[in-house]
Ligand binder design. Structure first.
Ligand SMILES: [Zn+2]
Ligand SMILES: [Zn+2]
Length: 338
């Protein structure tokens, strides 16, 4: 048996719906790794799972999908991992490998994909399992705690930058807007700055998020609904707030792309055609491919990205999610097992 945080019925996180208890330690499948969890990053998607904004896929479920740990069991068909290897498990847990999406380098869109901490059990537990082929090796220059937020916040920020459509040569001097400055935003700005981008950050939290954005080299920091002083070449909304879409479109230069980085967003209000006219585009990001993850981890190690983390002990998972919901975390929150 192992200790884990279990969600039986989605409810407001303020009611502390995750229950701490004993569950069977998972059996490792032929193509899987059993991982002893040392750190698990918290993510806004966990809130959407716990509070029921995402439909129930597995019940009861152990949430958590930014898992860093050491291999404690190796499936019979796994050749390239060994006991004690340090690995990361991310949101995309498994895909079918056979559908039109999987066969065209778009496995992030697979209809039969499984997701860690939503449709399979995740990392708010002593152990987790995942297919070896969907597991990442963590670059040596990151401590476990620093590495955890890279596995969703980091990878998704990377994919958002990719889907803006700007090529490697177009980044230098480009003006990027970031709306919402939590875990993903604070990593994304570091990638953008290293590519020579001017970053304009719009976020409602002054005390933590605006201060961190200044510290990480934002050219300008304002309130969530404030107009940046320049037109943006591209922008990313990380906050789950649909009302930011017309606001961000208004700040976007002609031909620019607005990326929506979240898995869930409140309804987008209707807006005048003039806001999107001028060949502006709106595009969501849905999950990520393994290639995104591998490329991002290499870039993050090379820069190197420095994640700002606020740690919570393993017995404080509800408290960590409450803090996330109320914008009370500076950078990324991470659950640490000792
Ligand atoms: Zn598929
Ligand atoms: Zn996530």
């Amino acid at each position: 048996m192992m200790k884990a945080w279990i969600l039986k019925t989605p409810a407001s996180v303020d009611t502390r719906p995750l229950l701490f208890g004993d569950v069977p330690t998972p059996n490792v499948g032929d193509d899987e790794l059993l991982v002893r969890v040392s750190a698990c990053g918290i993510c806004r998607t966990d809130l959407h799972v716990v509070e029921g904004e995402l439909p129930v896929r597995l019940s009861p479920v152990i949430p958590g999908h930014q898992i860093v740990g050491r291999v404690a069991g190796v499936g019979s068909q796994v050749a390239d991992f060994a006991i004690n290897d340090r690995v990361g498990i991310a949101w995309l847990n498994r895909t079918c490998g056979k559908c039109e999406y999987c066969l065209s380098s778009r496995e992030n869109l697979c209809d039969r994909a499984l997701f860690t901490g939503w449709s399979v059990n995740g990392g708010y537990a002593e152990y987790a399992i995942a297919p070896a082929s969907f597991t990442y090796r963590i670059p040596d220059n990151f401590e476990d705690i620093q590495a955890a937020p890279l596995l969703c916040a980091g990878i998704i920020g990377y994919r958002c930058l990719r889907l803006t459509g700007l090529s490697v040569n177009e980044w230098r001097g480009a003006r990027l807007g970031i709306y919402g400055f939590g875990a993903a935003g604070h990593i994304c700005i570091q990638l953008a700055r290293s590519r020579g981008v001017e970053v304009y950050v719009c976020t409602r939290d002054r005390e933590r998020h605006q201060a961190l954005a200044h510290e990480l080299g934002a050219a300008w920091v304002g309130d969530a609904a404030e107009d940046p002083p320049v037109k943006l070449d591209t922008a990313i909304i990380f906050a789950p707030a649909g009302e930011l879409v017309p606001i961000a479109l208004k700040a976007l230069a002609k031909g620019g792309t607005l990326i929506l980085g979240g898995i869930h967003m409140s309804p987008i209000p209707s807006f005048d055609y003039s806001l999107i006219y001028g060949e502006r585009m709106v595009r969501s990001v849905a999950n990520n491919t393994r290639e995104d993850g591998q490329e991002f981890l290499l870039e993050a190690a090379r820069i190197p990205v420095h994640t700002h983390v606020q740690t919570f002990p393993f017995d404080q998972v509800n408290e960590a999610l409450i803090a996330l919901k109320h914008d009370a975390i500076r950078g990324a929150g991470v659950i640490v097992r000792t």
